[in-house]
Ligand binder design. Structure first.
Ligand code: 4NP
Length: 157
């Protein structure tokens, strides 16, 4: 199972999502590959924002070796599931992938937590540290649902 987490800059929200889901998948014994990307190129090659790194570290997850990269239309074929962290990101994914867009593979991450509500993880980029903690909690809860469902699916097979 290959999963891609996508936000705008790939330095605040999606690095947290990559780190959290990869960590939880490993804990659950699931052989998943989790990556992340951004739809704008302002921060390509950069490590995650220092506050995303800090919040992850406080929760026992190391994301410091991640590097920001751009989402490309090839990602649509490479991954089994693609989660957008926000609705504007979902629009950008659609725009970038164009004729290769596969709606069945793509969803908003928070629809795992609140199905059909189409909620976004607020962008902490413009604000102080509490926004990063809020983003962490939302992303963590959604990733927890993804893992729980995967475990239930395996148990019910
Ligand atoms: P992210 O946050 O999408 O969660 O990585 C942002 C980071 C940088 C910018 C926007 C959002 N920016 O415009 O540079």
């Amino acid at each position: 199972m290959k999963i891609l987490m996508v936000c705008l800059g790939n330095i605040c929200r999606s690095p947290l999502a990559e780190g959290i889901l990869q960590h939880k998948a490993m804990e659950a014994g699931l052989d998943w590959q989790v990556d992340s990307a951004g739809t704008n190129g302002y921060h390509i090659g950069e490590a995650p924002h220092r506050l995303s790194q800090k919040v992850a570290r406080l929760n026992g997850i190391d994301i410091c070796s991640q590097k920001a990269r751009l989402f490309t239309k090839d990602d649509m074929d490479k991954y089994d599931k693609i989660y957008a962290l926000a609705d504007d990101v979902l629009d950008e994914i659609r725009w970038i992938a164009k004729d290769r867009y596969k709606p069945e593979k793509v969803d908003l991450l928070l629809n795992e937590l609140h199905p059909g509500k189409n909620l976004s993880v607020p962008d902490p980029w413009y604000g102080p540290e509490p926004g990063y903690h809020e983003a962490y909690q939302l992303i963590y809860a959604a990733c927890d649902k993804i893992i729980q469902r995967a475990i239930n699916d395996i148990t019910n097979q």
